[in-house]
Design a protein around this ligand. Structure first.
Ligand code: F6P
Length: 341
């Protein structure tokens, strides 16, 4: 049995831990052979296939990024994409794939599986918004980085008695903002799932100053004000058709300054949340996902996604899990409103 492994979409801490556990268990316990497909679906299209064995995965557990490279290439945007993937798999005698990715990569995997390609999916994203799994690896690391940043911003905000806005990742979901905001003791947390009222944000900010503390506002990059409150001067659509609002963090700081007459600054954490070594929890979860994914291949249980449910790793059909992004439940968000302002 020869298994191909690929990592697609935005990278995330823990990808190497999955690759390592898939290869270690597959070789040692099942006698499988492995190859890596470089740069996600791009390598599958271009026939860019590299050997993958025990020696290639030695020492990679604590390393961020992915030794296989990644891309956001979608083979369905190429006319002969599926056939080219089939050709690559046939040329390298690959029997099955382990596909490690987020929404977009798994969406492609779902369609390929429907068309008869044998594969197993592993969910990843720092955003924690893949439906069907309680957590994705990479999330805990990102939350840790954002929390440390918030801790540091508290002391500089206090020294200057100004508002510090922290923009964290999360285009569609506010998981990082909510977890890091709560862990870091933010005074306002803004998430895409709950459009905010800028007047309310400014009231919370003023309130914080009144009790002689400097406000910390945590905003997910996809957070938006209620209708009519923002003039979209700089609205762009990215290559995936996602609307990108340029700089919600910047916009918030400007509005806070204008509306409250107090000083405000913005820190955009950006890709620092995705880089570097995974946390212990992410290494643990990624390793378990890898072990269970290779078991699914051994069982010939294709078209499945490994997922965390409670403390168990389960297999769920790729179909039906890809229907929607896992958003923050409004009642969970409401639990923390007592800390705002
Ligand atoms: O999906 C993960 C993520 O990190 C998002 O939070 C972020 O919006 C996006 O990727 C950034 O993608 P890129 O690195 O391609 O700009």
């Amino acid at each position: 049995m020869k298994v191909g492994v690929l990592t697609g979409g935005g990278d995330c801490p823990g990808l190497n831990a999955v690759i390592r556990s898939v290869v270690r268990k597959g070789v040692q316990e099942y006698g499988f052979e492995f190859v890596g497909l470089r740069d996600g679906w791009l390598g599958a299209l271009q026939g860019n296939v590299v050997p993958l064995d025990i020696s290639s995965v030695r020492g990679i557990l604590p390393r961020g990024g992915t030794i296989l490279g990644s891309s956001r290439t979608n083979p369905f945007k190429h006319e002969d994409g599926v056939q080219r993937i089939r050709d690559t798999l046939a040329a390298h005698q690959v029997d099955a794939l382990v596909v490690i990715g987020g929404e977009d990569t798994l969406g492609v995997a779902t369609e390929l599986s429907r068309q008869g390609v044998d594969l197993v999916g592993v969910p990843k994203t720092i955003d924690n918004d893949v439906s069907g799994t309680d957590y994705t690896f990479g999330f805990d690391t990102a939350v840790g980085i954002a929390t440390e940043a918030i801790d540091r911003l508290h002391t500089t905000a206090e020294s200057h008695m100004r508002t510090l806005v922290v923009e964290v990742m999360g285009r569609h979901s506010g998981w990082i903002a909510l977890h890091a905001g709560v862990a870091g003791g933010a005074n306002v947390i803004l998430i895409p799932e709950r459009p905010f009222d800028i007047d309310q944000v400014c009231a919370w900010v003023k309130n914080r100053f009144k009790i002689h503390y400097a406000p910390i506002v945590v905003a997910a990059e996809g957070a938006v004000p209620i209708e009519g409150q923002m003039v979209l001067k700089d609205r762009t659509v990215d290559e995936f058709g996602h609307v990108r609002l340029s700089g919600i963090g910047e916009w918030l700081a400007q509005e806070i300054e204008e509306r409250t007459g107090t000083d405000a600054r913005t820190t955009v954490l950006g890709h620092v949340q995705r880089g570097g070594t995974p946390s212990a929890f992410d290494r643990w979860l990624a390793t378990r996902f890898g072990l269970h994914a290779v078991d699914a291949v051994k069982d010939g249980d294709y078209g499945k996604l490994v997922a965390l449910r409670g403390t168990q790793i389960i297999r769920i059909p790729l179909d039906g899990t890809r229907t929607k992004t896992k958003l923050v439940d409004p009642s969970l968000y409401d639990e923390f409103e007592v800390f705002f302002g």
